[in-house]
Each structure stands twice: as C-alpha cells, then as structure tokens.
Design a protein around this ligand. Structure first.
Ligand SMILES: Cc1cc2nc3c(=O)[nH]c(=O)nc-3n(C[C@H](O)[C@H](O)[C@H](O)COP(=O)(O)OP(=O)(O)OC[C@H]3O[C@@H](n4cnc5c(N)ncnc54)[C@H](O)[C@@H]3O)c2cc1C
Length: 457
C-alpha cells in the first residue's frame, strides 16, 4: 500500500493529498452518519489529474470514491472497503456563462448555492434547488439526480444538464451531450451519467441549462385538520390546469418540529400543511394564486394565508428548509426515505403511514414534494431503544413493498447508494438490472468506481 501511495503522491500537487488520521476520519462519512475506511484523500484540480488518479486506481485495484460535499443521504460517498476518496472540492470554477444560449459551464465542486448567487444578478437560476443548496456540490447534484421543491414545475437535475466532461472507470476522458440547447447526436450519455451515483464516471465539468427568474411569485400556506385533507388538496391542485412552482406537504409531527425549532406561528391543531408557490407574470400570478386558494380550500382546511411580502415568504421557506435537522428533536436518529407514489394515491399513503406509526409505536414525520408524489418518510428512532430499532427495519421493508404495490418508486431524489440497494430488485426486474450491470461494466470494467453502491451485494 505504501508503495502505491508514494506513486499516487507523485501524480498530483503534494498539498492535494492527505493521509493523516484526522483528514481520513473527516472524509469517511456522509449525512447518513455511516462510516467507511479511507486510505487517502486526493483533491485533483484538473480533468487530466482525475484521469491519472483513476488510472493509478486501476493499476493497484484500489477503489476510488468520488466525493462532492458529503451531504448525500444514501451513503454514496462512504467507502464500503478501504478506498481512496477523490474530492472534487478544488474544482469549483464557474468557467463561462452564455446568456443567449441559456447555459453555464461549471466545475463539479462548485456549491449549488454559490452558482445560484452568481446567476441571480443576471436574472437566471439553475432549477435544481435542494434544501442543502448552500452546502452540496453540482457534481453531487448530477451524480444523485437531485431534486427539490421546484421539481413540480421544472423537473429534476436530468432536465437541466446539457453536457458533461467525465472520466470513466477505465481512466478515459469522455464528453457527453453538447453545449447547445438541442442535440440528438448519438446515445444520450448525459442522462445516463446523471443519477449514476459515481459508479460509471467522475464528472469533471458540466454544461448546465439555466432558466430565467420569474417576474413575481406568490406563496400560500394552507393548514388542514389532518393529513388526508391536505393530500386531497394536493390532488385537486395537480388535477387543475395550474402548475405550481412548489407544492410542499408537511404533516403534523413536522409542523410541531417547525414550531419548536423555528416558530412561525402555526396553530396547535395543525394536522397537515401545504406550502404552495405560483410564479410568472404579475397578472398571471394574481389569477393563479386566487385559483390555487380556491382549489386548496377543501373540507377540513383550518387556515389559508398568502404571504404579504417577500420577507414573509422567505421566512416560510426558511422553516421548510430547516425542517430536516429540526426533526432530530423528536428522536436522535432519523431513517430518512424519499419514496414516490402517483399523486392521486397520496391520501391513501399518508393515512397508511399514520396507521403504521401507531401500530409499530414509532414516530414517523412525513414531509416533501407532494406535487411530485415524493414524500420524505422519516422514521424517528432512538438507537438506545433496541426494541424500537428492531421494529424499524421490518417497517421500512413494509413501506417499500407498499410503495411498489401502489405503482410508486423507491427514490425520488436521494438515490439508492447503500441504504436502499437491498430493495432495488423490488422495483427493477432482473433483465433490466442485468442491463444496468452490463452498462456499468462498459464504463468501469474493473469495478473500481464507487463499488458496493446501487446494486445489491
Ligand atoms: C439537510 C439536507 C437536506 C437535503 N435536501 C435535499 C433535497 O431537498 N433534495 C435532494 O435531492 N437531496 C437533498 N439532500 C441530499 C444531498 O444534499 C444531495 O444528494 C446532494 O446532491 C449531494 O451533493 P454532495 O456534493 O454533498 O455529494 P456527496 O454526498 O459528496 O456525494 C453524493 C454521491 O455523488 C457522487 N459524486 C459526487 N461528486 C461526483 C462527481 N463529480 N462525479 C461523480 N460522482 C460524484 C458520490 O460518489 C456519491 O455517490 C439533502 C441533504 C441534507 C444533509
């Protein structure tokens, strides 16, 4: 190992390699809090350096783990066996902006929030808007196929990437897609790489499609007696001709967590809440907001309130974005899922979850992107309570079976990683799974890129 690491050190700037215990510890985990063994951390600065590092890894049969900022929710950047972590943190450049082409060329290490701040004065934004935007990287967004509240109107990351430069597991540099907003030349390898969780290639540059900021927005907060009523309002809005730019669902447990962590004056009896945003021209938004309020006023609505100004709207969104960490006040550990069901079946799902929470005596907090049927189901558990932990695993299994039975999907935006790989076969049939594994072999013949992710062991 020592010999191999000495050769590795010769490939890059000496300050771009670390093997000290503190650094290895810091780069061995992600937001799942699972840990793996790191042999060395490298911070390449160019595509050529990434290629040289991958070629080194191939020679020494050493797994290489691409890493953005470690905010992943499914263990994607955590090594399964002793590995070299390849951090993209130094490749943060925003290379060029082409407004008439509506595109921006960026390094994979650029932080999502920094890109948004760069684009804002030009009147544009990149529609991938996860709650972690101020911490996560563009490369991580691409590798996970990340989404956020805006996905209901704009779609997810795969809809906003035009082209990529990447290094495959063979150490080859490939260029996918084009810098133009239209191109159908050859296979769409860009879409294949988006969501591939670092198992096919390491993204070293991306050409992203950007969108103009709307003229104005309106944010509406609707509070309901129960989750079923809130879910019925979601179905009513999504069945109409209006496409909101966000339609977020928050259940009673999550409302309570908001009030404890970052109070916004929710009433005590709040059994479910929706945050609905519409955007566009001044006239269009006035008409659509009124129509959304009418549709949201289903039986069981307790209050409907439109934010009066930008500051009030920002404060509402702030509490929504702070929700994920706030839940940890309920119990010290969160088993966070991001399942998806057809929107019309949300009322059935949320009621079923309420029943399961009572039956299994496990607090479950649900919130998420209801307009896409994408709900973050959080089993709030206490690792010190062994009986509770023993009930959590079968509950998760029951949840995944229920979701697939409802015509849904295991993951809307967090990916599979290691956390959901055991259930992949529930959703993906054997022939499709074999095709995916064949694709992986083409890109990464020796299986050195992020091994142990996505596919069941
Ligand atoms: C509080 C909180 C809120 C969150 N909210 C959301 C949300 O609203 N929506 C959502 O979708 N996700 C959310 N996430 C999850 C996470 O932020 C996203 O998945 C994000 O895209 C991960 O980016 P990262 O830079 O941290 O990647 P990492 O965690 O470092 O890596 C994630 C995966 O991408 C791979 N990878 C990273 N960079 C590259 C690259 N350049 N080339 C190839 N592979 C690479 C890694 O190997 C790994 O498999 C949230 C996480 C937290 C902690």
């Amino acid at each position: 190992v020592k010999l191999a690491l000495a050769e590795l050190a010769a490939l890059i700037n000496p300050t771009a390699l670390a093997t000290d215990a503190a650094t290895l510890e810091a780069y061995g985990f992600d937001a799942t809090r699972t840990r793996g063994e790191v042999l060395a951390v490298v911070w390449p600065a160019t595509t050529a350096e990434v290629a040289a590092l991958v070629q080194w890894a191939r020679r020494y049969h050493t797994p290489i783990i691409p890493r953005g900022r470690g905010t992943g929710m499914t263990g994607g950047s955590v090594p399964m066996t002793p590995s070299v972590v390849l951090s993209l943190e130094r490749m943060t450049a925003i290379h060029s902006l082409d407004l008439s082409n509506r595109s921006v060329r960026v390094g994979p290490g650029a932080v999502n929030g920094d890109l948004q701040q760069f684009l804002a004065p030009h009147g544009f934004f990149w529609p991938t808007d996860p709650s972690s935007s101020f911490y996560c990287s563009i490369g991580g967004n691409i590798a996970e196929g990340t989404g956020g509240p805006k996905a209901v109107k704009y779609g997810v990351t795969k809809d906003w990437v035009l082209g990529l430069t990447a290094v495959t597991g063979s150490g080859e540099v490939i260029h996918t897609g084009a810098g133009t907003s239209k191109s159908v030349t050859g296979y769409d390898l860009t879409r294949l790489l988006v969501g591939s969780e670092g198992t096919l290639a390491i993204v070293t540059e991306a050409i992203l499609k950007i969108a103009p900021q709307p003229q104005t927005k309106a944010t509406i907060r609707a509070i309901y007696r129960g989750v079923k009523e809130a879910a019925e309002a979601v179905a009513a809005i999504m069945s109409s001709h209006i496409t909101p730019s966000a339609l977020e669902f928050i259940d009673a447990a999550s409302c309570r967590a908001i009030e404890t962590f970052n109070p916004v004056g929710l009433p005590d009896g709040a059994g479910g809440m929706l945050m609905i945003e519409v955007e566009g021209s001044v006239e269009g938004v006035a008409t659509e907001a009124a129509e959304v309020e009418r549709l949201a006023a289903v039986e069981g609505v307790i209050s409907l309130r439109r934010a009066q100004n930008a500051a009030e709207a920002a404060s509402l969104w702030k509490s929504r974005k702070a929700l994920s960490p706030a839940l940890l006040r309920i119990n010290p550990q969160k088993i966070n899922e991001d399942i998806v069901v057809p929107v019309g079946r949300l009322p059935e799902l949320v009621q079923w979850l309420e029943g399961q929470s009572k039956e299994q005596n496990i607090p479950i907090a649900n919130f998420g992107h209801a307009g896409n049927g994408n709900i973050h189901v959080n089993l709030m558990v206490d690792p010190a309570d062994t009986a509770m932990m023993a009930r959590a695993e079968p509950l998760l299994d029951t949840l995944f079976h229920k979701v697939i039975e409802m015509g849904g999907s295991l993951s809307g935006e967090h990916g599979i990683g290691t956390m959901k790989s055991a259930w992949l076969g529930l959703e993906v049939d054997p022939a499709t799974l074999a095709t995916m594994q064949g694709v992986r072999k083409v890109f990464d013949p020796d299986g050195i890129l992020n091994p142990g992710k996505i596919f069941p062991a």
